[in-house]
Structure formats: C-alpha cells, structure tokens
Ligand binder design. Sequence first.
Ligand SMILES: Nc1ncnc2c1ncn2[C@@H]1O[C@H](COP(=O)(O)OP(=O)(O)O)[C@@H](O)[C@H]1O
Ligand SMILES: [Mg+2]
Length: 151
Amino acid sequence: MKNSMEIKFKAIPENEAFARNVVASFILPLNPSISELEDIKTAVNEAVTNVVVHAYPDKVGYVEMKIQTSGNVVEISISDNGIGIEDIERAITPFYTSKPDEERSGMGFTVMESFMDKFEVKNNKTGVTVYMNKMLEDAVVGMYANKRANI
Ligand SMILES: Nc1ncnc2c1ncn2[C@@H]1O[C@H](COP(=O)(O)OP(=O)(O)O)[C@@H](O)[C@H]1O
Ligand SMILES: [Mg+2]
C-alpha cells in the first residue's frame, strides 16, 4: 500500500520541531521501532535546520517536504529555493561547515547519511533537495487494506 503527503512551510526555527513531528505522525501507522523513528526524526531535523540556517541568507523562504511510503520503505525529500551548494562533495565531508564562527558542527549531512539507508543531496534548479530513504524492519504493511478486505 502506497501513501504520500507533501507540505510547504516557512524556513524558520519554530518549524523544525513541526517538520520532524509531521514525519513521525505520518509514518506511525507503519509501526516503526522507537530507534527507527528517532533516526528519521533526527535526519529530518538536520535537513530542515540546514534550510533554516543556510539556504536563505537574505530572506525568509520556504521548505517543501514530501513523504512517500511504499511497503516498508519511507522516502523523504526536503527542498528549498535558496542559494544552493557550490561544492556538494565538500559540503557532505564530516566536520565541514561554511559557518564555523556560529558553532555549527558540520555534521548535519553526516548524520543524515549514517541514520538513513539512502541519502543524496542535489542542487535542483533553484536550490537544494535532500533525498532520504529508510527501510522499516517490522513495518505493518497493508494493515488498512487487510482490514477493508475483512469487512
Ligand atoms: N539547504 C542548503 N542550502 C545551502 N547550503 C547548504 C544547505 N544545506 C547545507 N548547506 C551547506 O553545507 C554545509 C554542511 O552542512 P552540514 O553538514 O549540515 O553542516 P552545518 O549545518 O553544521 O554547517 C553547510 O555549512 C552549508 O554551507
Ligand atoms: Mg547542518
């Protein structure tokens, strides 16, 4: 059973918790483990924080988040229309940050990569998109489909 949703929200710190909780709520019916849920929430938080901190130096822009579930796979994309990333190889290097004076750790992309099963970051036509997948070990697949079939 496939399911999907997309939302667009302002790239402000207040929406970081909102974004990770939306993802958690959306995938909860699949019965993720606590640690899978934490991994996904942490990765989403890092991606959204990056948009808030880096994408729009001179204005408040938007974050677009899409989630798709298919079987036991959760696919998430997080996009912005900001300044983009000049050198992606460098950006994903552990401890690299373009803002060392603001106490950034430079570990956001490293966290996303290690907590998720698939991770990719690309410049899109107008900014950056991060793609992440997570496989849920014991996902409840097709629970609602089965329920309907039993009626
Ligand atoms: N959405 C984005 N738009 C523009 N630049 C970004 C974006 N996300 C990340 N970056 C760049 O990639 C670098 C590395 O990101 P990250 O690993 O999360 O470290 P940190 O956020 O601590 O600097 C950032 O310092 C920034 O230069
Ligand atoms: Mg970061």
